[in-house]
Design a protein around this ligand. Structure first.
Ligand SMILES: [Mn+2]
Length: 142
């Protein structure tokens, strides 16, 4: 099981490879706002744990397991964004909130949140009903 920090790296590497076809240490460092030397250290650890293969001058590639894990982590991040958006969380909070919770939920909870998103997407009036409650509560808070 990857640690939260390892998950952040695997997720970021997966996204970079999807976007650009490769993941450079400098890009990973920039996207995660960390020092390149921290990236090198973590990449070595991820290599050791067989999530990727790192060759100093040739860059890095995800192993089959690294890809599988990366895909699940990206899915989880996107699902949580979708869920927060659906329940009416302000756009400016969404990314940061997801970064704060994504590592701390069980996959069981993720699956059930998947059901919840489906429940709302199946019938848009359910979202409207929820918005009515939201509006009422916001009025009461004033
Ligand atoms: Mn994330």
């Amino acid at each position: 099981m990857p640690t939260p920090s390892m998950e952040d790296y695997i997720e970021q590497i997966y996204l970079l490879i999807e976007e650009k076809g490769y993941a450079r240490v400098s890009d990973i460092a920039e996207n995660l706002s960390v020092h390149p030397s921290s990236v090198t250290k973590m990449v070595q650890k991820l290599d050791h744990e067989k999530y990727l293969i790192y060759e100093k001058y040739r860059g890095l590639v995800l192993t089959a397991n690294g890809k599988k894990v990366g895909k699940r982590l990206v899915y989880r991040h996107e699902l949580l964004e979708q869920m927060l958006r659906l329940i009416g969380v302000k756009e400016e909070n969404i990314y940061h909130d997801v970064e704060g919770i994504e590592h701390h939920l069980s996959w069981n909870a993720i699956d059930r949140i998947g059901d919840l998103v489906e429940f709302f997407e199946e019938a848009p009036e359910r979202v409207e009903d929820l918005r009515k409650i939201q509006k009422r509560n916001e009025e009461n808070q004033k």
